[in-house]
Design a protein around this ligand. Structure first.
Ligand SMILES: [Zn+2]
Length: 420
């Protein structure tokens, strides 16, 4: 069986322990190098594979084009999170430190509270590189420009130091235009009409920073084998205001057999909603409309999705207007879940779980637990009963914590009901 092996991490790790002995170093440097060696040992390399025989010859030709686009997103993310990648990396002499900096997209350890691991760098700016590092919140509030809070603009300084708003498609013009033309080339190869339409519209979105039409098209895709999540999407990287979206890309291959199993559970949602142990009025909404759940193999992470911990499930789009009209899609990344199961969950369970119970630590159970959590997000109500708008709006910054807790407990409720 022919397999694709594509992974930024896999390529990365080849250079792991080469060049450790580069002759004389100051004590500081060799101390740091030792520290980097142990930091790098905390991480593990995983090959992301898929069965190529599932793809048609045109689909196979699309993959390298999508990887090109993904790499451009990666470059843009570097600018958004840090600044000048080349200058920064070329300035690091110790190869292990350099490797660690590449993995972290800068001098701050993402899985270590963003602490600086290169002494010449201080704390990570809260607003990353979306805003000038010396900008205060007050200064931002005084800026008169309605686009300043857009997900798709950067805040920069004019020559006279005043603030200005720059759209992503202007700030990253060259890379964006290249990415858009590659997407259109890939669209020509697409045999699935939905995918063809989405890729063309996503190219337009990159060029204009108007993403909604392409999000709608993404929701309409149902039968495509290849999926490509690309563009500025999540706002976690903007720790100052949470306004700015970061560029990323993931290339996915749908596992149609596993996806069929998931359909079965989505279909049970309306019935399970009726069985929720709460007052009738809290279960009047009909769940699962327009939403779908599918299993994928991920073969490439780039940009924001490749920085720090790797995602194992995707729930998009974020645009609430699109959600209202079309629902949302939930993507389970099967091979990534398996990699975390083998390399993280099993070793932990070997320490924490009683030996007699370890036989229950199975991949299927882990996958199902994540799956039922995701499906359970669809249970309950989305609108408040007292006219205060959506539950999310009414609960503000406590909404997402409660929503996650709800999904955990209702996931277990679903399993119990299904067993019964
Ligand atoms: Zn969740």
């Amino acid at each position: 069986m022919k397999k694709i092996i594509l992974s930024t991490l896999a390529i990365a790790l080849c250079s792991f322990f080469i060049n450790c002995n580069t002759g004389k170093k100051s004590n500081d440097e060799s101390e740091n190098s030792k520290n980097m060696e142990s930091k790098l040992k905390e991480l593990i390399t995983v090959k992301l594979t898929t069965d190529l025989t599932k793809l048609t010859s045109k689909e196979k030709q699309m993959i390298p084009l999508l990887i090109e686009v993904a790499k451009l997103m990666d470059d843009i993310f570097w600018v958004e999170t840090f600044g000048d990648k080349e200058k920064f990396l070329n300035g690091i002499s110790d190869s292990l430190t350099k490797r660690f900096a590449e993995i972290n997209y800068g001098p701050w350890e993402r899985l270590g509270d963003d602490k600086s691991f290169i002494s010449s760098f201080g704390e990570k700016p809260l607003g990353a590189n979306f805003y000038p590092a010396d900008m205060t919140k007050e200064e931002f509030e005084k800026l008169k420009d309605k686009n300043k809070t857009s997900l798709y603009t950067l805040i920069k300084r004019n020559d006279d130091k005043s603030l200005k708003v720059v759209w992503y498609h202007e700030a990253f013009k060259e890379k964006i235009e290249k990415a858009a033309s590659l997407l259109k080339e890939a669209a020509k190869l697409a045999e699935d009409e939905g995918l063809k339409k989405y890729l063309n519209m996503r190219a337009e979105a990159l060029l204009t920073d108007n993403y909604q039409p392409s999000d709608m098209a993404w929701m309409d895709m149902k039968n495509n084998t290849i999926d490509f999540v690309v563009g500025p999407i999540e706002t976690y990287e903007d720790g100052l205001f949470g306004y700015k979206a970061s560029h990323e890309a993931v290339i996915l291959i749908k596992d149609k057999e596993w996806s069929k199993r998931l359909d079965k559970y989505i279909a049970t949602l309306p019935d399970l909603q009726k069985q929720l142990p709460v007052d009738e009025k809290y279960k009047a909404e009909k769940p699962g409309k327009g939403s779908d759940l599918n299993a994928y193999e991920i073969i490439y992470y780039a940009g924001n999705s490749n920085a720090g911990g790797k995602t194992i499930a995707i729930n998009l789009p974020n645009d609430e207007q699109v959600q209202l009209k079309k629902g949302s899609r939930r993507l389970q990344l099967k091979n990534s879940i398996k990699a975390k199961f083998d390399n993280i969950l099993v070793p932990i369970s070997n320490v924490l779980i009683d030996e007699s119970q370890r036989k229950y630590i199975k991949f299927n159970a882990f996958f199902n637990n994540i799956m039922f959590h995701e499906v359970a997000h669809g249970l309950g109500i989305k609108q408040t009963l007292n006219g205060k708008g959506s539950v999310r709006e009414a609960m503000q910054n406590t909404a997402s914590g409660f929503e996650e807790a709800k999904a955990d407990i209702l996931g277990l409720f679903m399993v119990t009901k299904l067993i019964e």
